[in-house]
Design a protein around this ligand. Structure first.
Ligand code: GCO
Ligand code: MG
Length: 402
């Protein structure tokens, strides 16, 4: 089965998505997500200019060979742009293989290892009362796990707060918005937030929390220890994790579970964290970590060391990515949890999905392939709309991790 055509569509149904469409001489069409928030056109060009011409004429069934060809064969390897481009090709080829076999992709990955995939939703508020209302909304929808974030008193803007939008979206403006941050305002507030939510809702729901790479190792150790009585499911990205050995220090001070990996692109980014058991959940995503082929390799390494999966699933990963993640989640032995933020209504005009949510669990559905279709004509109604993630500065003006 030969690849006859491939093309990249950049559209903004609610937010920007980069979608790869691959066609074969058997008349099958596969879809991949190549969205990299704030750097969409770099991946689109990498694909259109450098990858698509190499795909034409290749055997669509040879997924592993194509992966190796694009990774090792390019000499220049790793990095978010390259690995997102490879991921889009990989997912499109798994989609095609599933359609050729007449099976959902999870069946090709070994079949269902569980009945459903536990997901966590995002609750947030401009203050703790606002957060309560959002936690209640999630509980009413059946969520068993909820991420809790609140605006931090003393700071003008805080990551992770949805505001009026039904889906949290940090990207805005044709130039990056500048946020202000001071860790001292956060350190005492995080335990207060957890105490408040546990007092109000008890211990029958899993609570998660994202620190978004903002603390130093010793600050993260202190907050992790202070949160222990409130039993968080995890704290996410406490420190910028390119410094993997920093997690040794955090680990020495707290038993609060640690989750890391949404900005990772390969197994090498997580090697030390996994093999030294410095984290509990690895959060790499299918679309930023080289697709299903490479993500499964990351999770298999993690399985050896008792580390579970917890894939990134923010709204800037398209429905194609979320579906691909659900197929992996359903089939691996060491699944932990899946992030699920959902997508804005406009995305439903472009993507038709086969996955479903019920009582806090998701299922990828049983359509052949990934189970998401993409309407190219509808996508044309939503032209690319340049938007950037914020840049973060401390109160003294120096640049801080966002
Ligand atoms: C999460 C994330 C996101 C990121 C976003 C960046 O845990 O879901 O931290 O909300 O900020 O994906 O593009
Ligand atoms: Mg995060």
């Amino acid at each position: 089965m030969k690849i006859t055509d491939a093309r990249v569509i950049v559209s903004a149904p609610g937010r920007n998505y980069v979608t790869l469409v691959v066609e074969t001489d058997d008349g099958l069409v596969g879809y991949g997500d190549a969205t990299l928030n704030g750097r969409e056109l770099a991946v689109a060009s990498y694909l259109s200019d450098h990858v698509v011409p190499l795909l034409i004429g290749r055997d669509a069934h040879r997924i592993e060979d194509t992966w190796q060809y694009l990774y090792r064969g390019a000499y220049w390897r790793r990095g978010p742009v390259t690995m997102t481009a490879i991921a889009a090709v990989d997912v499109a080829l798994w989609d095609i293989k599933g359609k050729a076999a007449g099976l959902p992709v999870y069946q090709l990955l070994g079949g269902a290892a569980r009945d459903g995939v536990m997901v966590y939703g995002h609750a947030s508020g401009g203050d703790l009362d606002g957060l309560d209302a959002d936690v209640e909304r999630h509980l009413a929808q059946g969520y068993k796990a909820i991420r809790v974030q609140s605006a931090i008193p003393g700071l003008d803007a805080t990551y992770g707060i949805a505001g009026a939008s039904p889906v949290y979206e940090p990207a805005s403006g044709a130039r990056p918005q500048e946020d202000r941050w001071e860790t001292s305002a956060y350190l005492d507030f995080a335990p207060r937030l957890f105490e408040h939510v546990r007092d109000r809702f008890g211990y029958g729901v899993h609570l998660l929390h994202d620190m978004h790479h903002r603390l130093s190792p010793i600050e993260a150790a202190r907050v992790g220890a202070a949160l222990e009585p409130y039993r968080p499911f995890w704290i996410e990205d406490p420190t910028p994790a390119e410094d993997q050995s920093a997690f040794r220090l955090i680990r020495q001070h707290t038993t609060t579970p640690l989750a890391v990996g949404e900005v990772f692109n390969s197994i090498w980014d997580a090697q030390q964290l996994i093999t030294e058991r410095l984290i509990d959940y690895i959060r790499t995503s299918v679309s930023h970590t080289g697709g299903i082929t490479h993500l499964r390799r990351v999770f298999s390494l993690a399985e050896l060391y008792g580390v579970r999966s917890g894939s990134h699933g923010a709204g800037d990963l398209s429905p194609v990515s979320l579906a691909a993640a659900l197929h992996v989640d359903l089939s691996i032995p060491n699944f932990g949890i899946q992030e699920y933020m959902g997508h804005l209504a406009a995305a439903e005009e472009v993507f038709t999905v086969g996955y479903s949510f019920r009582d806090g669990y998701m299922h990828p559905g049983d359509l052949p392939g990934i189970g998401v279709s993409f309407d190219e004509e509808a996508a044309k109604r939503f032209p690319y709309d340049p938007k950037y993630l914020p840049v973060n500065r401390r109160l003294d003006g120096s640049v801080h991790d966002w």
